[in-house]
Write a protein that binds this ligand. Structure first.
Ligand SMILES: Nc1ncnc2c1ncn2[C@@H]1O[C@H](COP(=O)(O)OP(=O)(O)O)[C@@H](O)[C@H]1O
Ligand SMILES: [Mg+2]
Length: 316
């Protein structure tokens, strides 16, 4: 019997996968509870797709262990596949089939014979009912993603794994997609999602920051922000462009972000260093500069944590 109601439904220890000499995922330790929205966040090449394919039982690990829904990743991947949904980064719909027919196709793949009611529910849920007879190739990018999500959910999986589901989708459709995900969560489905976008990571219960095949930190978005070493200061002055250029001569790019009307400055040393930077600007005739300590964004925290890790020498 499964005991997943009380324990983690996704559990991995040192899970790893190399492709020849390329260590795509070096060590993955995860414990994810039923009903969580969990985000794996990282830049291109971090190992997110490899991690998700390992967790879905599609790729064999080259190291470590994992259990999904209390099934062993290596020995019971068929049982796992029957109870999860996987939306791959390259997921393709059948362009010459209608919305309805695409869902029917995926129902058949999963052996769901009596799918009519479930399909209606999913179309309502993704607001695609008015378009059910339209060919998939004639849908907008956002609508294609929603249809792909409906196909992924047709067999009522307990966990869905979504690999960068909103990459390349416009911001309004992205927002709607994430609202739909929250609705799926309310129905008790556990969601594991990868994203390179920090604003999306903010919407997850917990996230792991991934870089070069391993996890740098796991926690709630608030935990991650409070783990950021150092402080963030906002510099407001008459000439943010030249101010940014002037500061770049003394500080590395990871410490500075240029916005339209201000510069963000990350300092490990805190206020004395921020004051030193603003004095430098005033000496160069780029003042007056008002400095203000501001709470870090998730993006600030991610950049700072990555930078600190590479400084210390990343564990591999
Ligand atoms: N099938 C493969 N063969 C060889 N290298 C691969 C393969 N899949 C991924 N990689 C490499 O593994 C690393 C992680 O890739 P990936 O998991 O796709 O990262 P992400 O999804 O975060 O962009 C990259 O260096 C990538 O080139
Ligand atoms: Mg990927």
């Amino acid at each position: 019997m499964n005991s997943t109601a009380t324990t983690a439904i996704i559990q991995t220890e040192h899970l790893a996968r190399a492709f020849g000499t390329v260590p795509a995922v070096t060590s993955l330790d995860l414990a994810i509870k039923r009903g969580e929205m969990f985000g794996l966040v990282g830049p291109d090449g971090a190992g997110k797709s490899t991690a998700i394919r390992l967790l879905c039982g599609i790729l064999k690990p080259t190291g470590g262990h994992g259990r999904i829904l209390d099934y062993d990743l290596e020995r019971q991947s068929e049982q796992i596949k029957a109870r999860i949904g996987y939306l791959s980064q390259e997921f393709t719909l059948y362009g010459d089939l209608t919305v309805d027919e695409n869902i029917e196709f995926f129902a058949e793949i999963h052996g769901v014979s009596d799918f009519g009611r479930r399909r209606n529910e999913l179309l309502e849920f993704t607001r695609l009912t008015p378009f059910r007879r339209r060919l998939a190739q004639a849908l907008s990018g956002g609508m294609k993603k929603k249809l792909a999500l409906a196909c992924t959910l047709i067999h009522t999986p307990e966990i869905i794994f979504l690999d960068e589901p909103s990459t390349g989708v416009d911001p309004v459709s992205r927002g709607e997609f994430w609202n739909i995900l929250s609705g799926i969560l309310d129905q008790g489905v556990t969601i594991f999602v990868t994203t390179p976008y920090l604003d999306e990571a903010e919407r997850c219960h917990r996230i792991s920051l991934m870089h070069h095949g391993h996890l740098i930190m796991t926690g709630t978005p608030t935990d991650v922000k409070s783990a950021m070493p150092g402080q963030i200061y906002r510099f407001d002055g008459p000439a943010p462009g030249p101010a940014y250029e002037a500061l770049r001569r003394h500080w590395p790019p990871t410490h500075l972000v240029r916005y339209g009307d201000h510069v963000r400055f990350w300092t490990l040393a805190g206020e004395p260093e921020a004051r030193e930077a603003s004095s430098e600007l005033e000496r160069q005739g780029l003042g007056p500069v008002a400095i203000r300590n501001t709470p870090p964004s998730l993006e600030d925290a991610f950049v700072a944590l990555l930078d600190s890790e590479s400084r210390e020498g990343a564990p591999s």
